[in-house]
Ligand binder design. Structure first.
Ligand SMILES: Cc1ncc(COP(=O)(O)O)c(C=O)c1O
Length: 391
């Protein structure tokens, strides 16, 4: 196949995405932002900006100059890892340049062909790709379905390989929470390890925003916890937290750690400051819980389907791509930055708006949002079947 043929193939694929209302473009949010992960509004916090300036001024260099295994290691990274491990409640932590790299590096190295990995159906792409790369046998269990999971573990428990369960704590698309205590009990019963991705929980859930595992006091019982820094912590990268053995293993085996340039040392200063601010942000966490509860209640009162959400992430399941796009466009015109989420990101027939709240949003804005949403869905030229919209 020549270069022109590849061009034509790409153009055809894009046409097909357009025909299915699945073509994506890069946009700049305007208005009340409802698709940001800046849950504690730290990204614009003057205290964090100031801390970054100070970290830059303090750092001997603004580039890391190499992989951590070569010239890229620094006192800043060693310190932030040790402090973050304390915050996360684990023995050790290792920093990766993104959550995506952390999940791939972790799963592709600790899992081997012959192992069996059990994955919640709603897990993030980075977890899925890590499992795929590992060569382990992957069993996908229906979202939060403990019975299915237990049966699958019973069935596969006789093999010689290791077994690992992989789940998010707060799910990024559904806004619900994994039954971590039950998962741990099942994992223990079958001799399996549990890996928990806390990307959407860090900063928001648990004591001082330390996550769901910390809320349950089970941090040391997990095989690994992944805490990303690009969401509520308004920074970048992610920590894989666990035992010292796990940290040593990843330093030696995780390819996304080994073969990647370290992040600049000042980023460690930004993360340190963000963790400090997040610890103290209990007012913002309380406000977030309050507006999320109001949003869910008001939407449910108007018979919208918010699925199983119990957190600051509230999906509104609308069914068709067309209705989701129409509702998003009406909300955008009314000053709300909202995005329609469509298959393949979510299962076919569950196109939705994903409302991701930040502590900056007021109760008044929540009331107005629900009113506009209601009007948008009633005015849709493509009024959905009752079952698509209503709970
Ligand atoms: C659950 C989950 N894990 C991992 C990631 C990846 O993190 P990062 O954006 O830092 O690459 C995301 C990002 O959206 C996520 O939602």
């Amino acid at each position: 196949m020549n270069e022109r043929a590849i061009d034509e193939r790409m153009a055809l694929e894009l046409d097909s995405l357009r025909a299915q209302s699945q073509f994506r473009t890069l946009e700049m949010p305007g208005g009340v932002n409802l698709y940001s992960n800046d849950y504690l509004e730290l990204s614009t916090d003057p205290r964090l900006k100031h801390a970054v300036l100070e970290a830059v001024a303090r750092a001997a260099s603004v580039g890391s100059t190499g992989s951590r295994l070569l010239s890229g290691n620094s006192r800043e990274w060693e310190e932030v890892e040790s402090d973050f491990a304390q915050f996360a409640g684990t023995e050790a932590a290792l920093y990766f340049g993104s959550g995506y790299a952390a999940n791939i590096g972790l799963l592709a190295s600790i899992l081997k062909p012959g192992d069996v990995v059990f994955s919640d159906a709603q897990n993030h792409a980075s977890l899925i790709d890590g499992m795929r790369l590992s060569g382990a046998t992957k069993i996908v269990y229906p979202h939060r379905d403990l019975q299915f999971l237990e049966n699958a573990l019973r069935e596969h428990g006789r093999g010689a390989g290791a077994m690992v369960i992989v789940t998010e704590s707060v799910f990024s698309m559904e806004g619900d929470v994994a039954p971590v205590e039950d998962l741990l009990r099942i994992a223990r019963n079958y001799g399996a390890g549990l890996v928990l991705d806390e990307a959407h929980a860090i900063g928001v859930c648990g004591p001082q925003g330390r996550g769901v595992a910390a809320e349950l006091g089970v941090e040391r019982e997990l095989l690994a916890i992944v805490h990303t820094c690009g969401k509520a912590l308004a920074s970048a990268g992610a920590f894989v937290c666990g035992s010292r053995t796990l940290r040593d293993y990843l330093v030696n085996r995780a390819r996304t750690f080994i073969f990647s340039t370290a992040m600049p040392p000042y980023m460690a200063g930004q993360i340190q400051a963000a963790v400090g601010l997040a610890r103290e942000a209990s007012d913002r966490r309380d406000h977030l819980r309050q507006i999320a509860a109001s949003l869910r209640e008001e939407l449910a009162a108007r018979r919208f389907n918010v699925g199983t959400s119990t957190t600051h992430i509230v999906p509104v399941l609308l069914g068709t791509n067309e209705l989701a796009l129409h509702a998003a466009s009406e909300l955008q015109q009314a000053g709300f930055a909202v995005k329609a989420i469509r298959p393949p990101t979510v299962p076919v027939g569950t196109a939705r708006l994903r409302l991701s709240l930040t502590s900056r949003i007021s109760l008044e804005e929540i009331h107005r949002l629900v009113t506009v949403m209601d009007a948008a869905c009633k005015s849709s030229p493509q009024v959905p079947s009752t079952s698509a919209v209503h709970a």
